[in-house]
Design a protein around this ligand. Sequence first.
Ligand SMILES: NC(=O)c1ccc[n+]([C@@H]2O[C@H](COP(=O)([O-])OP(=O)(O)OC[C@H]3O[C@@H](n4cnc5c(N)ncnc54)[C@H](OP(=O)(O)O)[C@@H]3O)[C@@H](O)[C@H]2O)c1
Length: 266
Amino acid sequence: MPIRISLAGATGWAGSALALAIAKTNDITLVSAVSRTHAGHSLGDVLDEPLLHCPVYATAQEALAHPCDVFFEFTKPDVAKSNVLAALQQGAHVVIGTSGLTDADYAEIARVAEQRRLGVLAVGNFALTVVLLQKFSEIAARYIPQWEIIDYAHAGKKDAPSGTARELAYRLSNIRPSELTIPLEQTQGVVETRGARLTGSQVHSIRLPGYTISAEIIFGLPDQKLTIRHDSGSSAKPYVDGALLAIRKVNTFVGLRRGLDHVLDL
Ligand SMILES: NC(=O)c1ccc[n+]([C@@H]2O[C@H](COP(=O)([O-])OP(=O)(O)OC[C@H]3O[C@@H](n4cnc5c(N)ncnc54)[C@H](OP(=O)(O)O)[C@@H]3O)[C@@H](O)[C@H]2O)c1
């Protein structure tokens, strides 16, 4: 039986690329979609893809009336958490691609996923080069006690820091906090220029025209430094393969996992 998906954000930049890729698979099928603008239409008509027949609803709650195995969240941070909790209450596993959820949001989602004995896979960035950046950074953090994270995005990205930067800081917090030679409160001048302290890392977000999405981490030691950097191009293609993998694997565990590497054999 194909895996039945409800896709919130199916008409967006990332969600539409995923929907079109799902149309070409044999083992995954879309049963419902969410978009306020296109509610009441068929997703196939909206995306001009005759292989997609599923209805579009304005809310996740309406879409979840169709039984599904996996709910895929690709909308906006303001509705993402309530969509995810609604899906868990309906008995669906969940993949979260939306950025902007906080660690407190994830703690609540983890609790409900455990209670319901369902899997939630949250992936700040589905691109393989980001997965490798995370892995390599975790190795580096074991040897190098000081680092800072820089998140670059186009001027229109509202959430800061990016999901990629949040997830990286969260993962490094499981190794240790980054040391500061000068404590922040002893900064002379404008302390905000040192960035935000996020789960033990200094994080700096750049939002400017000319950027797409990039993430960089710099590890520093006396007289040497290591920079690891990921750059996205302008298409959603790098995210699609990782998103399909997440859909296929999210039923293999119970509770919350953050990062695609949890379902990759790295
Ligand atoms: N994890 C990753 O690898 C990855 C990759 C790319 C993007 N993202 C993240 O994924 C999210 C979506 O990005 P995007 O670039 O695809 O955005 P987008 O082009 O603006 O698409 C957003 C989608 O969500 C729907 N939507 C937005 N608000 C909604 C609401 N309140 N209720 C119901 N539907 C709503 C939109 O349809 P309507 O406006 O018609 O409702 C649209 O289908 C962002 O958080 C982005 O940072 C993550």
